[in-house]
Design a protein around this ligand. Sequence first.
Ligand code: PLP
Length: 388
Amino acid sequence: MEKSVFERLLSLETPVYYYDMDLLKETVDSLAETAAAHGVKVHYAVKTNNEERIMRYIASKGLGADCVSGNEIAWAVHCGFAPESIVYAGVGKTDKELNSALLAGIGAFNCESPEELRILDELAGRCGRKARVCLRINPDIDAHTHHYITTGLEENKFGISRFAFEEVVGIVKSSENLIFTGLHFHIGSQITSVREIFAVEVARAEEIVGWFESRGLRVDNIDLGGGLGIDYEDPDGNPVPDFKGWIETVSTFRRRPDQILHIEPGRSIAAQCGSLLSRVVYVKKGETKDTVILDAGMNNLIRPALYGAYHKVENLSAGFLRKDAPLHSYDVAGPVCESADVFGTKRLLPETVRGDLVAIRSAGAYGSVMSSRYNMRGDAPAVFSDEI
Ligand SMILES: Cc1ncc(COP(=O)(O)O)c(C=O)c1O
């Protein structure tokens, strides 16, 4: 970060989410180019970050959207995503949500159970629409990531397990209102062994696609989901994730010329461009440790409390104004009345004082969208680098 940017940040009220729009653009452009070179279609996972400016930039590059609720679909359309580029996953789509997605004319319902398929069939029939259906398969793969963000294991609630394959083939074949378009997989998030783990997904997807085709269904679309990890330890060293490694790996899927590959990145697009900026309210001296108490809390960024997730914490004030400050070990905590409201323990930071501006890095994904009003605290608003 340039000193002039830091000086402008000093005038902001905290806590606040700061988005580096140059980095967002570099990231999206790099992804769009790599995907286009391999003929892969990209759908941005809206759940990651739904800031209108971010969504509009992504839509302007021709990417589609991956939504998980009726509200996300409406918002994606508002932000410029073409309805036919929208894919819709989720284990609990309600009748109201299914009906509005049918009327919007979305690209695919990624259906997660035989029960959902039967309801969608009925609703589509009632409103005289055809529903384009992709079956979300539970591939039973361990993505070797955090327990809460692995989604492709048999024990997870997501997707159709192999025990129901014959049943869903029967439903889509006999339905007049469902148009079978392909298969969908998503094995988890924050996957860092990119070439190894996604190669396992590709192999399993090839096997399952083959099985469905052997039952007489043409699998024209193969959606391999999201999951590409980012470097939380060194956001400046690796600001743009390994799109090349990921897309080259998914492109090894042996497909016919008429089969289209899709991916659904979220974190890898939005995480690194966002930081949660906060001020130090107190430095609390303890008997065995010192704790930096921030004005941002777990209600603004819950990932550390929820998953024990690591976010780099940087003292910007010390970095720019007190370059020779000695390093000191701190716990970094928020003000919320929960022991889990801790952003990091034993962090080596330059000696920190009340009023310092601190950045919690890589917070653009699953940050602001997961915030709450717990303790009746306020939201951290968004500011964009080109607006300050
Ligand atoms: C179905 C689906 N697609 C895509 C994503 C985005 O994953 P990521 O942010 O890891 O790229 C998720 C995240 O949970 C998901 O559930």
